[in-house]
Design a binder for this molecule. Structure first.
Ligand code: HPA
Length: 236
């Protein structure tokens, strides 16, 4: 097996890989959007698939939840499978009333409480999105009339924070509008391997108002996000 976490052979992944957290969402993306999908990984049920979108090769690989899990899959995709473009398609919690459930967030940068980037000390590294992917996605989101925000997110290691939105301290007064759990590691690793990365999230819940997306809306919003990610990937 090429890696302890991935049974795919070199060449099994396309240059572009979508990254949902949930393995069943990876399967849904492959079965719903890809032409001729084939499964390339099932180690630990962290499913990966390759197919085509509008005739172009694309893959999807689940990352699991959080940066330690994500960093394993992403490192191997970049290092072993020579992937060049990564687009996370996930959900995030809103930290600002301007960010409503169902809105899309395109993360221009990702702050974190994770220890992953502490090796940069004494510097505070600012992981950032690839400009080409970001500008293409922003253009398409505008053309399609999607409510979207280009902003900072926080990639937190803690889902169950003790003090709700207040747990994010000074970040929310410095332009950080959503919380998720993976973008910072993806952006850092993409830069390390000279690859492009973008994190797109659908707001599934708002920590300020308590609003939550319902299950029927979830599917439509995720569909818009996945199509946006795939069209961005093949255009850049
Ligand atoms: N916290 C972290 N990640 C999330 C959240 C949240 O509240 N909602 C969706 N992803």
């Amino acid at each position: 097996m090429p890696t302890p976490h991935n049974q795919a052979e070199p060449g099994d992944y396309a240059e572009t890989v979508l990254l949902p957290g949930d393995p069943l969402r990876a399967k849904w993306i492959a079965e719903t959007f890809f032409e001729n999908p084939r499964q390339v990984n099932a180690v630990r049920n962290c499913l990966g698939f390759t197919g085509t979108w509008k005739g172009q090769p694309v893959s999807v690989q689940a990352t699991g939840m959080g940066q330690p899990s994500t960093a394993i899959y992403v490192h191997e995709l970049l290092d072993v499978y020579k992937v060049k473009k990564l687009i996370r398609v996930g959900t995030a919690g809103g930290l600002n009333v301007k960010v409503k459930v169902r809105d899309l967030v395109l993360a221009i940068t990702a702050s974190t409480d994770s220890a992953i980037n502490r090796s940069f000390e004494p510097y505070t590294y600012a992981p950032f999105a690839d400009y080409d992917l970001l500008s293409k996605a922003v253009g398409l989101a505008g053309e399609r009339g999607y409510n979207h925000h280009v902003c900072g997110v926080v990639s937190s290691d803690i889902f169950y924070v003790p003090d709700g939105v207040n747990s994010y301290g000074a970040l929310t007064s410095h332009g950080v509008m959503a919380v998720e759990m993976e973008a910072s590691a993806i952006y850092t690793l993409a830069q390390r391997f000279d690859a492009k990365a973008l994190c797109i999230c659908t707001i599934s819940d708002c920590l300020v108002t308590g609003d939550q997306i319902d299950s029927s809306e979830r599917q439509t919003s995720l569909k818009d996000m996945v199509e946006l990610a795939l069209d961005t990937a093949i255009a850049v």
